[in-house]
Write a protein that binds this ligand. Structure first.
Ligand code: SAM
Length: 315
């Protein structure tokens, strides 16, 4: 990425689906980027004109992307704040503002994955932190979640967020091990996974199950479910909602919400005749999600599991 500044420069990847995002939001004068990250999408959107307001749960991301986009900020076209897209009203300067486009590019940034001290990866010796708000945050971290979650909560997370068929067995193993010694580093979780699922488990399993813990620690699906209708209501008539997700649970929430908002009738399905006189809130822009082609995956391996869905608010 030309002109990249700061310590994040080495970890910039091409933003996922950047051409498609810019195309869908081409006519949007004011865009909300709810997941600023390294500022790649924001930079591409600013390059085509208009203005971008942005938030990110991670204050480091906000600082770094703000340095990168200082020129646009000085011109009054860009502003960024630390905040959760599910609590946009808590970001005072953005309260009551409406947008022509809203973008969510969910999950983690490359920088967060690469930074060993953030504890998202299973690299040996990494402290299990995993808080998107960063190590200084008052939120509970992964060590606390692994210490406090009930066996049922652990099993639910491993199954729902990590697609683990032997989730109950892994949950039992975590409970057994934490009674002897608390989990503090990536090695503790890797050993529990190996202990429960066998020595043949490898990086793919660790990635999947570390992801499950991360999603639970940050309540990522809860944040998305809360945010979807709130961000929809921040759109001007005719405004576009673009969401890129990397996990089946996230994609399901987005798919169901976009479909629900696109139905013209809200009567119960068994009711023989429509009595609601309903008008759809908007329409799907693509019937099926966009998935990356081989070029996109080559440019950015993170794009492998990405799905992009777009919805347009009725004019
Ligand atoms: C995939 S990265 C975004 C990359 C960005 N689109 C770019 O082009 O550089 C996802 C970012 O979303 C942030 N994030 C995830 N959930 C969030 C939430 N609920 N509210 C605000 N930011 C969130 C993460 O901290 C991370 O920086």
């Amino acid at each position: 990425m030309p002109g990249a500044e700061g310590t994040w420069a080495t970890s910039y990847h091409a933003p996922v689906f950047v051409d498609e995002v810019v195309r869908v939001l081409a006519g949007a004068r004011r865009v909300l980027d709810g997941t600023l990250g390294g500022g790649g999408h924001a930079a591409a959107l600013l390059a085509r004109g208009g203005s971008v307001d942005a938030v990110d749960r991670d204050p480091d991301a906000v600082a770094s992307a703000s340095a990168r986009l200082a020129g646009a900020a000085a011109a009054g076209r860009f502003r960024a704040y630390a905040g959760n897209f599910a609590q946009l009203d808590a970001v005072a300067p953005l309260r009551d503002i409406h947008y022509d486009g809203v973008l969510l590019d969910l999950g983690l940034s490359s920088h967060q994955i690469d930074a060993t001290d953030r504890g998202f990866s299973f690299r040996p010796g990494a402290r299990l932190d995993m808080r998107m708000e960063g190590p200084g945050s008052p939120q509970r971290d992964a060590t606390e979640w692994l210490a406090d979650a009930t066996e049922t909560e652990l099993a639910d997370a491993f199954r729902s967020y990590g697609d683990e068929p032997r989730s109950a067995r892994l949950a039992r193993e975590v409970v057994r091990r934490r009674a002897r010694e608390p989990f503090t580093t990536s090695d503790d979780l890797v050993r529990a996974i190996r202990g429960a699922l066998g020595a043949r488990t490898g990086p793919g399993d660790f990635a999947r199950l570390f992801q499950a813990v991360r999603i639970a620690v940050n309540d990522e699906l809860g944040a998305l479910a809360t945010a979807l209708p709130e961000l929809r209501d921040r759109l001007h008539p005719g405004g576009h909602f673009v969401v890129i997700s990397y996990h089946s649970g996230e994609d399901r929430l987005v798919k169901d919400a976009f479909r629900e908002w696109s139905r013209s009738c809200t009567c119960p399905p068994r009711q023989p005749r429509c009595t609601c006189g309903g008008r759809a809130l908007g329409a799907l822009e693509h019937r099926r999600p966009l998935v990356p082609g081989p070029d996109e995956v080559l440019r950015n391996p993170r794009a492998r599991s990405a799905k992009l869905r777009t919805w347009r608010r009725a004019a």
